[in-house]
Ligand binder design. Structure first.
Ligand SMILES: C[S@@+](CC[C@H](N)C(=O)[O-])C[C@H]1O[C@@H](n2cnc3c(N)ncnc32)[C@H](O)[C@@H]1O
Length: 245
């Protein structure tokens, strides 16, 4: 996905998302978080394609946010600072694009300016989240291998994604995404063409393309979220020794 689209959208992203989805995306997020909390309450979390950091609502004490758009990162940092987080320096900074560390009491957030395919963290996570993230990855296989490398055995992978489905309802929603959303986005944020591109990316994502990369995982939740077009998956990485990690 072209990151420039997201750079341009960053300042208006939260508002635009609320308007074009009629607030449904927020409902999806809270259902998603409630489901995650049935399995795991705290630990080390990695959130992929974080945009403005809304998945911080999971409430874990240590969260790594992986996001390639510098403008989204700026919005995320401002948002966390408004909530009382303070920026801290890393003792060693060797990355090309420095990580950003924010702290508030026992909470520690680390923002990694990178993609799902390329990010590197030197500890493994108890939970990896990907909310509306997969369709943005240029190489789903590479991103999935990287997820597998960064998740502890017995850890959870939680995904919400809009995937292709042949039902009439799904076709109607796609039509809305491809024809009406760009019009609203054109008026609201002057980004008609960009939203057309975002709609097209949903047309092409089949759930098999995601699930085939996690065959060794136990699927604990595989549910539609009100409409057939959005699906939620919660999987557990098997604890068996023979799994590549
Ligand atoms: C639809 S938004 C994700 C929403 C977000 N997860 C949330 O909780 O609100 C897509 C985000 O994916 C990011 N992105 C694009 N390509 C990416 C990649 N290869 N790896 C990780 N993130 C990517 C974009 O910069 C954008 O911020």
């Amino acid at each position: 996905m072209d990151i420039k689209i997201y750079d341009k959208l960053a300042r208006r992203y939260d508002l635009a998302t609320k308007i074009v989805s009629f607030g449904i995306e927020e409902i999806w997020r809270s259902v998603f978080i409630k489901n995650i909390k049935k399995f795991i309450k705290n630990g080390v979390m990695i959130d992929l394609a974080s945009a403005t950091g809304e998945m911080s609502k999971v409430g874990f004490d240590k969260i790594y946010f992986v996001e390639p758009s510098s403008e989204m990162i700026k919005v995320m940092v401002e948002k966390f600072k408004k909530r009382g987080f303070r920026e801290e320096n890393f003792e060693v900074q060797f990355q090309e694009r420095p990580y950003i560390k924010l702290k508030k009491e026992k909470k520690e957030y680390i923002i990694i300016p990178s993609t799902a395919e390329e990010f590197k963290i030197d500890e493994k996570a108890d939970l990896i989240t990907a909310f509306m993230a997969f369709r943005n990855f240029d190489d789903i296989k590479k991103a999935s291998d990287n997820i597998n490398r960064h998740l502890k055995n017995g850890g959870y992978l939680a995904i919400v994604e809009m995937v292709k489905d042949d039902s009439l309802m799904s076709k109607l929603i796609l039509w809305y995404m491809n024809n009406i959303v760009p019009l609203i986005a054109g008026i609201l944020v002057g980004m008609k063409e960009e939203y057309k591109l975002l709609g097209k990316s949903i047309n092409s994502l089949d759930e098999k393309k995601i699930l085939e990369n996690f065959k060794d995982y136990d699927i604990l939740v595989n549910k539609e979220l009100f409409f057939p077009i959005a699906k939620m998956y919660i999987m557990r990485k098997n604890e068996r020794e023979n799994i590549k990690s």
